[in-house]
Design a protein around this ligand. Structure first.
Ligand code: FAD
Length: 382
């Protein structure tokens, strides 16, 4: 059986690895538009500040693919799928055919539709090529860096930019810090600590109206109350699934490529996994979800019927010396908080009407994280 996998992320990697474990004779090929083998995408933020060892960055060394007879075609961008002839066309090189196809094309950064987003100096960090561009820009010297979006990724990026010597301002639309990962009380606790970081400014509740520019280059971020200087603007305002090629082939798409819980799309022998997939109406945008979808897809591409079962995926963040973990539902019939400003630790647990743990937030001391996560009664993600 000839299995083609499109994408060079964790979903594609897990699928290929598991197919090989399950089948000795499947012909497996990964086609990725990136120039490097699959890597741990969340490490890109860290890589903006420091070079990680290959073993930390790449999921497996390049030799793994040859040893496991997994074809790895890098620099190949899929342009079209013909489901009738089961043919794939790429931007370069010859077309290829498949018996079963897995789309694991991930997502791209969303750019808010305001003027100036096309100026030189406005960028995002999603792929290895973005990292190379960002590093070149930082090497050339950046004074004021703006980060649009103060979510987990935005804060990680802010830390790396500070470490590279920039003055950093984060612009967040919500009036609260990390509204998806913290409640108001926890946000207040973390914010006090973030407020002490030198050269970092956090602005909440702001609507970016435009990126200001001169001679084609970004010079600032314009809000209702004026323009804040910035010679680098990083956009970290959410992601959108990469669905264009699938949609053009007639595969039903909504926000993502629509699949059932077995990750089957609306067209026979075509599956989708990871950030590009919308599984029974839910998109995840999370590394662990993509990885587990890759595993499930491997089984199903080989003819099994394994459902993808979502978990209560936790959020983790470690920036500016602050460690944070949250999981489950961050509201409930009652909650319990313990905090100690002197040690910088905070713990909040949320319970439902039946007094079952439904969520938790931990700051500073994360030793109980895994235990609490396993006790959480209701998966909430999606
Ligand atoms: C900086 C950063 C930090 C993050 N931090 C976290 C975190 O802390 N926790 C967490 O849970 N998640 C985090 N995420 C999100 C997480 O990385 C994604 O959810 C995960 O990588 C999704 O995996 P995937 O395999 O579905 O897609 P991706 O990793 O996006 O991979 C998709 C691949 O498909 C390729 N591709 C796309 N279109 C084509 C095409 N037409 N032809 C060929 N190849 C194509 C892309 O180039 C890419 O290699 C982070 C993401 C980023 C960018």
């Amino acid at each position: 059986m000839k299995i083609a996998i499109i994408g060079g992320g964790v979903a594609a990697f897990e699928a290929a690895k598991n197919i090989r474990t399950l089948s000795d004779d499947a012909e497996i090929t990964i086609y990725s538009r990136e120039a490097v083998p699959p890597y741990r995408r969340p490490a890109l933020s860290r890589m903006a500040a420091e070079e990680l060892a290959d073993a930390q960055f790449f999921i497996k060394p390049a030799a793994f693919y040859a040893e496991n007879r997994i074809g790895l075609e890098l620099g190949r961008t899929l342009r079209a799928i013909d489901p009738n002839t089961k043919t794939l066309t790429f931007d370069s090189g010859s077309p290829s055919t498949y018996d079963r196809l897995l789309l694991a094309t991930g997502s791209h950064c969303f750019y808010p539709p305001v003027p100036g987003m096309d100026l030189d100096g406005v960028m995002s960090l999603r792929e290895y090529a973005d990292l190379q561009k960002l590093r070149a820009r930082l090497d050339a010297g950046v004074k004021n860096a703006a980060v649009i979006g103060g979510g987990l990724l935005g804060l990680e990026l802010a830390q790396s930019l500070l470490e590279r010597g920039c003055l950093v301002t984060v612009f967040e639309g919500s009036p609260l810090l990390l509204p998806r990962n913290l409640d108001e009380e926890a946000a207040g606790f973390v914010l006090k600590k973030l407020g002490e970081i030198e050269n970092l400014t956090l602005r909440f509740g702001c609507r970016v109206e435009a990126i200001a520019g001169e001679a084609g280059k970004a010079t600032g971020v314009t809000l209702q109350d004026g323009t804040n200087e910035a010679d680098l603007v990083m956009v970290s305002a959410g992601v959108r699934s990469n669905i264009e090629v699938a949609a053009a082939a007639g595969i039903p798409c909504n926000r993502g490529i629509v699949t059932d819980r077995f990750l089957r799309t609306g067209i026979a022998d075509i599956y989708a996994a990871g950030d590009c997939a919308e599984v029974e109406g839910a998109s995840y945008g999370l590394y662990d979800a993509a990885r587990s979808m890759g595993t499930v897809a491997a089984h199903n591409l080989l003819g099994e019927e394994q459902p993808f079962v979502p978990q209560a995926y936790p959020a983790r963040l470690s920036v500016f010396g602050i460690k944070l973990f949250s999981a489950g539902k961050l509201a409930g019939a009652r909650s319990e908080t313990t905090q100690d400003a002197a040690t910088g630790t905070f713990q909040k647990r949320f319970y439902d009407e039946a007094d079952r743990l439904v969520g938790c937030i931990l700051v500073g001391d994360l030793r109980e994280a895994v235990k609490l996560q396993s006790q959480i009664a209701v998966p909430t993600q999606g």
